[in-house]
Design a protein around this ligand. Structure first.
Ligand code: F6R
Length: 610
């Protein structure tokens, strides 16, 4: 996720671009930049840091008097978040300037071709290939050059491009990543999202996939990739600015819950090869050492620890390596037995959690191989690791983790299958089937999100419940733990996550009428056992809510008071779908209780103290 803005018209472009970028900062904030025409051509000002830092630099230099320009706020996916990798990017001549949101999957291949033709690259980004590709077509109109780039570039991308030969033209393009045009009087705007220009106009055009848009002060023209004009309907924006920043959702957390299908698709992008197997280029350098490991440790905190729990089930089953998991703050103090043949996987969405960092540093000192799973490019965890898999969920603003958790699960599934491939512990046909299951996850999570109105009704009914147990077995156990944590942290309801089979060893004494028990039973070999455990809870008076893989309703009717069905799919992989109703349940109970879900009391998004 990144934010794009563009302006062409009679006003000072930079004075429009900077506030526009600030409104898009929720889309990313590791570096920012603007490009604008000045007398001698197009100038670029960019730097690492937040929009406010860029604004201060511009103010110091004197705000340029330009009438058109493009700007970008970055959330790194390729290349560390430094000034060189900040957008805009330029070609060799400085005449073609590009900002980009998304991932160009075949950028390495495109870059190799361009380098063979003599192009020199300044940055480590995938974006820069676009500028050099357009440089190859000096005689071609900019709109057409962008269409040709769109035909060759694979993946999700939104672009805004300018060329020094035409100071009145901005060209935008879109596939997969969002892009909207704001229509003004004698001026027009481009943005990744409506807040980029909402204070200037309420008229907008949504650019559809595989469309190229040329904007000038007086005109907006939309074409398909063959250059045929396309009718683009103008819409009136009815949202106020705050609603627009949250994409029309009531809170960031709600928005982030709904972003999960896209976030999972982004995690997967480019990581599955044409043969249907996992392809993690990130691990190429560490490959030899990964082949030699004889034990795996996974360390993390909070929600990320629940992802670690899931990783244990998956990696042990798929690779036959023993896996230990640790809450990061416990790891180094228990003196674990580590050596050069141990693989330590640190999971942290922020990549800055102090306990997790201390744990991986401890492992490094013992010579172990370190793999990081993080949502933040170049985070401290990423820098510490021998190899890192980024989850690419985009910034998460709500304090409670949602999309960063489901994407962690998917990233860990990819790591588990990758290890199985490298070590030859599973036959390829089985891996391909599991990968197909992973590929279906975005659509299945989308299907779960369609049931939100039903879960909302249920949440209203259950909003006064004060004692809740979340139970599951195998891969459903971490989901139960996560469901309990979500309810605790945003709804302030005392909730316990337990392995369903463990209840009879003590906690069952707490079950009585008025207690809610949420059972998770996906398509696994232990589903029947979970249902029996739920029957034990029901017999003691608990109200039972079951999150159940579809196709098993008949087995569950006698034990459940309420059933939420989730799509069926391969064991361990489809647990991703069952956590979504639990996020929604916690969210709706917290909302029904009138709580501030984005900023729960006593919590911080990143915990950098021990
Ligand atoms: C819960 C939550 C926290 C974090 C934990 C670790 O919703 O967000 O439990 O999961 O603080 O954070 P990261 O993943 O940044 O290391």
């Amino acid at each position: 996720m990144c934010g794009i803005v563009g302006y062409v018209g009679p006003r000072s472009a930079v004075e429009i671009l900077i506030p526009g970028l600030a409104r898009l900062e929720y889309r990313g904030y590791d570096s920012a930049g603007v490009a604008f025409w000045e007398e001698k051509g197009i100038a670029i000002i960019k730097q690492a840091g937040r929009i406010a830092d860029l604004e201060r630099s511009l103010a110091r230099a004197g705000v340029p008097d330009a009438r058109a320009g493009i700007g970008h706020t970055r959330w790194a996916t390729h290349g560390v978040p430094n000034t060189i990798n900040a957008h805009p990017h330029r070609d060799c001549t400085g005449q073609v300037i590009v900002v980009h949101n998304g991932i160009i999957e075949n950028w390495m291949e495109l870059k190799a071709e361009l380098e063979a033709n003599g192009h020199e690259f300044a940055s480590e980004t995938d974006t820069e290939v676009v500028a050099h590709m357009i440089e190859e077509m000096p005689e071609v109109a900019l709109e057409e050059a962008v269409r040709l780039v769109m035909k060759r570039a694979e993946g999700a991308l939104a672009l805004a491009v300018m060329r020094s030969s035409d100071s009145q033209l901005l060209v935008g393009a879109r596939r997969g990543s969002p892009l909207v045009v704001g229509r003004g009087e004698g001026e027009n705007f481009l943005g990744s999202d409506i807040p980029a220009f909402l204070e200037h106009t309420r008229k907008m055009i949504v650019v559809d996939d595989d469309r190229v848009v040329a904007i000038r002060p007086e005109s907006v023209t939309v074409t398909d990739l063959d250059g045929n004009p396309v009718e683009a309907a103008e819409r009136l924006i009815e949202w106020d600015l705050e609603a627009a920043e949250k994409g029309g959702y009531a809170t960031f957390m709600e928005k982030e819950i709904f972003e999960q299908p896209k976030a999972i698709a982004d995690t997967l992008r480019g990581r599955i090869g044409p043969n249907g197997l996992v392809r993690l280029t990130e691990f190429a350098e560490a490959e030899r050492r990964l082949r030699e490991i004889d034990k795996v440790f996974v360390v993390a905190c909070g929600t990320s620890f629940h992802a670690a729990m899931m990783a244990k089930y998956a990696i042990e089953r798929w690779t036959r390596l023993p896996v230990e998991i640790d809450i990061a703050s416990e790891f180094r103090y228990r003196d674990p037995v580590l050596d050069r043949r141990s693989l330590v996987i640190g999971i942290s969405q922020s990549g800055e959690t102090l306990d997790t960092l201390a744990a991986v540093r401890y492992a490094r000192a013992q010579g172990s191989v370190l793999v990081g799973v993080s949502n933040v490019v170049d985070s401290a965890l990423a820098r510490e690791a021998d190899a890192v898999l980024y989850t690419r969920a985009g910034p998460e603003i709500g304090v409670a983790a949602t999309k960063t958790f489901t994407t962690q699960l998917v990233a860990l599934q990819l790591i588990g299958l990758h290890l199985a491939q490298v070590r030859g512990t599973m036959d390829e046909g089985t891996i391909v089937n599991l990968v197909q299951g992973i590929r279906r996850l975005p659509a299945s999570v989308e299907a779960v999100l369609e049931t939100v109105p039903d879960i909302t009704e249920l949440a209203k009914e259950l909003a006064d419940t004060r004692d809740v147990f979340f139970l599951g077995r195998s891969g459903d156990f971490p989901v139960a733990m996560e469901g309990a944590l979500k309810l605790k942290e945003i709804a302030y309801v005392r909730a316990e996550g337990y392995a369903a089979g463990e209840m009879k060893h003590g906690p069952i004494a707490l079950i009585e009428p008025g207690v809610l028990v949420v059972g998770v039973a996906t398509d696994s070999h232990v589903r029947g056992k979970t249902l029996s455990n739920m029957a034990e809870m029901k017999a003691r008076g608990a109200t039972i809510l079951l999150v159940l893989a579809e196709g098993h309703r008949d087995e569950a009717l006698s034990v459940a008071d309420h059933i939420v069905e989730v799509p069926s799919g391969p064991d361990l992989i489809y647990t991703v779908t069952s956590v979504v109703p639990l996020q929604v349940l916690a969210y709706q109970i917290a909302s029904a209780r009138g709580l501030d879900v984005d900023k729960p009391r006593n919590l911080a998004k990143t915990v950098t103290v021990e």
